[in-house]
Design a protein around this ligand. Structure first.
Ligand code: PA5
Length: 528
């Protein structure tokens, strides 16, 4: 562990600053040295070279045989063909025009009034970015209020609709349904729930609905056949978790009235900074190298993300998906079983100092931290909570104190500093992490751009729904009350008796079956 003098020297020599981006990366508490940089020089060069190929249009997602083009979204001139460039530019133009039409009332609600709310329906990469941006950049001046359905929880849906009803109602709500594949069940269910809510109020769903999806997808076909207000494309060369800067994120943000050009510009500038082959000048490459050191390239330590800013509370959640869905892979690119990944969790400081930071300071040292510092305290001036001291001074003090205490306890940390939370800075942060994840994937030789585990989860849920259909059918035709064992045997699914029992309990809890006591809890009898 370095002493304070060594730390100050290291801080000065390792700090990466970009004043135009209002950004700095400090890795002094990660104990990197030149020997380590030299040891990994060939690997970091490969990461830069692979990234250059990816940006030039290589099939960088080999499993799905797809290009990976999220960097072109903010620099369309880099797209490998004129057609792709035109698609990106046309879509951006369409997003701006649509938002302007909604804001000025050219596109109005059914009653002729202006739309006041946006309900965004999506999940995973089709929700986490829009949620982060809405929360980080939103405020009292927003042109429209934004709500989300990001699950298939009926009670969750009801709660959101109640909030919408208190904010102008469904009549004044535009609904944007987002799904790259267009077949995700949670999103499909959310769409059906929204349509039912419109119908229950005597409204025409099609006059409220907009789709963001792949051309020809199930959702796209629905939008065409039901004549929705508009459709925006989502391309197979943009991954869900890197889709914030295509229509997925830009449309909700533009409707909210946020500066989407600022976000794109910030991302573009960060992309330029992080193309630098010199690791000492490239914050994304430096972060990836820190992760490699901390985790030994094997996920041995978790990454705790601690933004000391309420506006960035969702950043930890956003990064959890970006990092874990990208890096958490069973096989490497050579097909070898590796079980790669880095676990990410976090919330915000200083709030978390009154929760799990206790363990970070004193407990098991199985993590490293990324602090996110925002220099600007607030838009206006601050009161003094003590002579000469503001609330923001305390926030700053807590961050610095925690960082120091962790290091003294042998726990490493990275500190990212931005001057303010603006569209430009948020776009830059998103771009920084996207590229750090891409670089790290090369360092540990995994495909960051597919998600076989997510697809497997979708299939597993569908299998349960299919089994539920058989259970309901058998229960309906049963002459007497049956146990799960009996019913599973009847439908030829004895191996699935536990799932059959859980389905019966689920149906009974929701008034769709009746349950009577059995010899033991699992021998309960069920009827329709
Ligand atoms: O990042 C991803 O690829 C996933 O999290 C998807 O975004 C998520 O599964 C939703 O998929 P879709 O956008 O196809 O509905």
């Amino acid at each position: 562990m370095a002493d304070t003098k060594q730390l100050w020297d290291r801080y000065q020599s390792q700090l990466i600053v970009d004043e135009r981006l209002g950004f700095a990366l400090d890795v002094s508490r990660m104990d990197l040295d030149d020997a380590l940089l030299a040891q990994h020089a060939a690997l970091t060069k490969k990461a830069v070279d692979d990234m250059a190929k990816l940006e030039a249009g290589a099939l960088a997602n080999p499993d799905e045989k797809r290009m990976v083009g999220h960097y072109w979204l903010r620099a369309p001139q880099l797209a490998p063909t004129p057609e792709l460039r035109a698609q990106i530019e046309d879509t951006l133009g369409a997003v701006h025009r649509f938002a302007a039409d909604v804001h000025c009332g050219r596109l109005s609600a059914e009653d002729g009034g202006r739309f006041a709310n946006v309900l965004v329906i999506g999940i995973g990469g089709s929700a986490l970015g829009p949620q982060l941006v809405a929360d980080a950049l939103g405020g009292a001046d927003d042109r429209m209020r934004v709500f989300f359905f990001d699950n298939t929880d009926p009670d969750g849906v009801d709660r959101v609709i109640e909030q919408i009803e208190r904010a102008g109602g469904m009549a004044r709500t535009l609904t944007v349904v987002i799904s790259k594949s267009g077949g995700t069940k949670e999103t499909r269910n959310g769409m059906l729930e929204a349509q039912a809510a419109y119908l229950a109020r005597g409204l025409s769903p099609s006059l409220h609905l907009v789709a963001v999806t792949g051309e020809g997808s199930e959702l796209d076909k629905t939008a065409v056949s039901q004549q929705w207000l508009a459709r925006f494309p989502m391309w197979d060369w943009v991954g869900g978790r890197t889709s914030e800067l295509c229509a997925v994120g830009l449309l909700p943000a533009a409707l909210q009235g946020l500066n989407i050009e600022g976000m794109l510009k910030g991302a573009r500038s960060m992309d330029a900074l992080t193309r630098n082959p010199d690791v000492k000048q490239n914050p994304a490459l430096m972060m990836a190298l820190c992760w490699l050191k901390a985790t030994e390239g094997k996920g041995k330590k978790d990454l705790v993300v601690l933004p000391y800013k309420d506006r960035l509370v969702l950043f930890s959640r956003y990064l959890q998906q970006l990092v874990m869905e990208s890096l958490g892979k069973q096989h490497d690119l050579d097909g070898k079983v590796v079980h790669q990944g880095i676990a990410v969790y976090g919330n915000k400081g200083s709030t978390d100092q009154h929760a799990y930071v206790q363990q970070l300071r004193d407990g098991v040292a199985n993590f490293f931290v990324t602090f996110l510092e925002v220099q600007k305290e607030r838009a206006g001036s601050s009161i003094e909570v003590e002579p000469g001291v503001t609330s923001g001074d305390y926030l700053f003090g807590f961050l610095q104190g925690t960082r120091r205490a962790l290091y003294e306890g042998g726990r490493g940390s990275i500190t990212l500093t931005i001057d303010d939370v603006t569209p430009h800075r948020l776009g830059a942060l998103i771009a920084l992490w996207e590229r750090a994840v891409g670089f790290y994937a090369t360092l540990v030789n995994v495909n960051a751009y597919h998600q076989p585990g997510v697809e497997a989860g979708k299939k597993a849920a569908q299998a349960v729904i299919t089994l539920q259909g058989k259970v309901v059918e058998a229960l309906t035709s049963a002459k007497a009350a049956v146990t799960a064992d009996q019913l599973a045997a009847t439908i030829g699914e004895s191996a699935e008796t536990e799932t059959v029992f859980k389905i019966l309990e689920h149906l009974a809890a929701n008034g769709r079956a009746r349950k009577s006591k059995g010899a033991s809890p699992c021998q309960a009898r069920f009827t329709r």
